[in-house]
Write a protein that binds this ligand. Structure first.
Ligand code: ADP
Length: 568
C-alpha cells in the first residue's frame, strides 16, 4: 500500500474515535458547569431561607418590644427602641403634628437677614447683578420660595464669568451637602460639570454622599404608597418600606422602619451574601413587602460563575489532552510500524538485488570459463574472453567486498587503518580503476599536490569507487565526472560531480540510509542494492567526518565527503 494512502486511512481511523471522545468531553464539560451552577443556586436558596427566618424572628421580637412599650419621654423611648431594634431596621418617633423627632432633624440654619429677602425679590424684578452679588456676599443660607438654596446656582454663574473662584463653590457644597435634597443634588451635579476637574470631583464626591438618615426617612414617610393595616394594636405599613408603629399617649408614634438602605447596611445578615433590593422572582428572594424584596446573591457572583466555567473547561481540557495523547501515541506506533514494514520491504528488495548482482557476473564467469575449458576457442578471440572473464570476476569480488564492508559497518566493526597519503594519489588510483571499468566515460581529477590526507586509503578508494560507479549508473550521459579534493579549514572536502538528472530534494537525505534508493522505479530498472551511499557516509563518519549531496534536478549532483585533516 502506498505510504500516503496508508497515512490517509490512519488519519481517518484516528479522527473518528477522536471526534467521538471530544463530543463526550464537551457534553461532560457542559454537564459539569451546569452541575456547579445548580450547586451554587442551591446554596443561595439555603442562604435566602436562613435570612428569611432571621428576618421573621427579628420582626416578631420587634413587634413584641413595641407592644410592651411603656409611655415615656421621647429620649427614653428612643433609647429603649434603639436597644431592641432589629439590625436591619431604623427607629422612628413622630410627634403629634407629624414632625419627625427621631432621627433628629438637623439643627436649622440661622434665618437670613431681611436684606437677603430683599435681594431675593430683586433677583426677579430689579437689578439682578447687584442682587446676585449681595446674596453671594452675605446670604449663604438663603433659599428660594420653593425651598431651594440660591447661593450655589448664582455662584456657578459667576464662576463661568470668572469673578468667583471655583473652589468656593466646592467648599459651599461640601458644607451644605447633608442639607441638600435629591432634586437639588441632581441639579448641582449637572451644573458643576464644566468646573475644573479637581474642584468638580470634590463637589461630586460631596453630592454622592448618602443622604442623612433623617432626610431619607422623611422622604420615605411623606409619600407612602402601599397598604396600611392595624394588627395586634400596631399600625403596619407595607409598601416601599415596612414600618411597625405604635401610637403612644399624646399622639406620638414610635416604631421601626425597614427600608432598602437599612437592610443593605445591616450587620446581622449573612456576611458572604450581598442583598440587593428588587425581586428577581426566584427562590433566592426574601419578600418583606410586595415592593421590598431582597435578592440573595453570592457576593462574588462573577468569580463563582468563572469557577463553574473553569470546572467545565478543566474536564474539556482533560478530554482534549487525552485525545491528543492517544492520537500522538497511535501516530508514533503507526509510524514505527510503517518504518518496520518499509525496512522489511527494503530488505527483501536488497536480497533480491544482491542475488541479482551476484548471479549475472557468476553466470558470465561460468559460461566463459566453460568456453575456455573446451579449448575450441579461436586464438584471436581468447584475449577478449579472458579480459571479460577478469572484469566479471572483479565485479563479483567488488560486490562481495562491498557487502562485507557494509556488514562490518552495520555491526559497528568497520576497521579503519589510517595513514598519511597524498590526496592526489587516492584520486588518481580511483580514476585509473574507473577508466578500466568504464573506458567510454570521461573523468577529470583535481587535487592540490601538497594536500595530504590522514585516512584509510582503501576505504576512501571504496568511497570514490561507489560514487563514480553511481555516476556511471545514474548519470550515464552526465560525464566527464569531476573528482576534486580541496581544503576547507580543518577539513578536506572530497567531491564527485556529474551533470546528470540530479536528485529530487525529498530523496536527498534518505538515499544515505541503508537500502534506500531515490526512486523505487529506478531500483527495478537499474542494478543496485541501496547500500553504496550508506557505506560512503559510514566511512566518512568512521573518520570523524560526514557525507551529503548537493543537487539540482535536471542539472546534476555533487556528492561531498568531508574528512578531518586533524593529525595530518
Ligand atoms: P544503489 O546505487 O545500489 O541503488 P546507493 O546507496 O549507491 O545504492 O544509491 C542510492 C540511490 O541514490 C540510488 O538508488 C540512486 O537513486 C541515487 N543516486 C546515487 N548517485 C546518484 C547520481 N549520481 N545521480 C542521481 N541519483 C543518484
Amino acid at each position: 500500500m502506498r505510504a500516503s494512502l496508508a497515512w490517509l486511512l490512519f488519519a481517518l481511523g484516528a479522527a473518528i474515535p477522536s471526534v467521538a471522545v471530544l463530543v463526550v468531553a464537551l457534553r461532560a464539560a457542559s454537564t459539569e458547569s451546569a452541575r456547579a451552577r445548580e450547586e451554587q443556586f442551591a446554596e443561595r436558596v439555603a442562604a435566602a431561607q436562613a435570612t428569611k427566618r432571621d428576618v421573621d424572628a427579628a420582626l416578631a421580637r420587634a413587634t413584641e418590644t413595641l407592644r410592651r412599650l411603656e409611655p415615656a419621654a421621647v429620649s427614653r423611648l428612643e433609647s429603649r427602641l434603639m436597644a431592641e431594634k432589629p439590625d436591619f431596621a431604623d427607629v422612628v418617633v413622630i410627634g403629634a403634628e407629624g414632625q419627625m423627632l427621631v432621627p433628629k432633624p438637623m439643627t436649622d440654619e440661622p434665618p437670613s437677614p431681611p436684606e437677603c429677602l430683599t435681594h431675593r425679590a430683586e433677583l426677579l424684578e430689579g437689578d439682578r447683578t447687584a442682587a446676585r452679588d449681595g446674596i453671594i456676599g452675605a446670604c449663604p443660607h438663603l433659599k428660594s420660595e420653593q425651598g431651594r438654596y440660591l447661593w450655589p446656582l448664582l455662584a456657578l454663574e459667576r464662576v463661568a464669568e470668572g469673578s468667583t473662584p471655583a473652589d468656593a463653590v466646592a467648599t459651599w457644597i461640601e458644607e451644605h451637602a447633608a442639607r441638600l435634597g435629591p432634586a437639588e443634588r441632581s441639579v448641582l451635579r449637572a451644573r458643576v460639570a464644566p468646573l475644573p476637574e479637581k474642584v468638580r470631583d470634590a463637589a461630586l464626591g460631596a453630592l454622592d454622599r448618602p443622604l442623612p438618615l433623617h432626610r431619607t426617612l422623611a422622604g420615605l414617610l411623606t409619600e407612602p404608597p402601599g397598604s396600611d393595616s392595624v394588627e395586634a394594636g400596631l399600625r403596619i405599613h407595607r409598601g416601599r418600606y415596612l414600618s411597625l408603629v405604635r401610637t403612644m399617649p399624646e399622639g406620638i408614634d414610635a416604631g421601626f422602619v425597614v427600608h432598602e438602605s437599612s437592610m443593605i447596611r445591616a450587620p446581622g445578615l449573612p456576611a458572604h451574601l450581598v442583598l440587593a433590593a428588587g425581586a428577581r422572582g426566584d427562590a433566592t428572594d426574601v419578600v418583606l413587602t410586595p415592593s421590598l424584596v431582597l435578592h440573595v446573591e453570592p457576593k462574588d457572583g462573577a468569580s463563582l460563575d468563572a469557577e463553574a466555567r473553569r470546572s467545565g473547561r478543566r474536564i474539556l481540557a482533560v478530554g482534549v489532552a487525552g485525545v491528543l495523547t492517544a492520537v500522538a501515541l497511535a501516530t508514533v506506533l503507526f509510524a514505527r510500524a510503517r518504518k518496520a514494514q518499509r525496512l522489511a520491504e527494503l530488505r527483501t528488495d536488497f536480497v533480491a538485488a544482491v542475488s541479482h548482482e551476484l548471479r549475472t557476473p557468476l553466470a558470465s564467469v561460468r559460461m566463459l570459463s566453460e568456453l575456455l575449458e573446451t579449448g575450441e576457442l579461436p586464438d584471436d578471440e581468447r584475449p577478449e574472453v579472458e579480459r571479460t572473464l577478469a572484469g566479471e570476476a572483479r565485479r563479483l569480488s567488488d560486490t562481495v567486498e562491498r557487502m562485507l564492508r557494509f556488514g562490518a559497518l552495520a555491526r559497528g566493526r568497520l576497521s579503519v587503518q589510517k595513514s598519511r597519503v597524498p590526496a592526489s594519489c587516492i584520486l588518481e588510483d580511483a580514476r585509473d580503476r574507473f577508466h578500466k571499468a568504464h573506458p567510454d566515460k570521461g573523468i577529470v581529477v583535481d587535487a592540490p599536490p601538497s594536500l595530504e590526507m590522514h585516512v584509510d586509503p582503501g576505504l576512501v578508494g571504496l568511497v570514490l569507487d561507489n560514487l563514480l560507479s553511481n555516476a556511471a549508473k545514474y548519470a550515464a550521459e552526465g560525464h566527464p565526472y569531476r573528482v576534486e579534493v580541496r581544503r576547507d579549514g580543518r577539513h578536506a572536502l572530497l567531491s564527485v560531480s556529474d551533470s546528470g538528472p540530479g536528485i529530487a530534494a525529498r530523496a536527498r537525505r534518505r538515499i544515505f540510509s541503508p537500502f534506500e534508493r531515490a526512486d523505487d522505479r529506478l531500483s527495478r530498472a537499474t542494478e543496485g542494492t541501496g547500500v553504496g551511499l550508506s557505506l560512503v557516509r559510514g566511512v566518512a563518519r568512521a573518520h570523524g567526518g560526514d557525507a551529503f549531496v548537493k543537487s539540482t534536478v535536471g542539472a546534476g549532483s555533487t556528492f561531498v565527503v568531508r574528512f578531518p585533516l586533524e593529525g595530518s
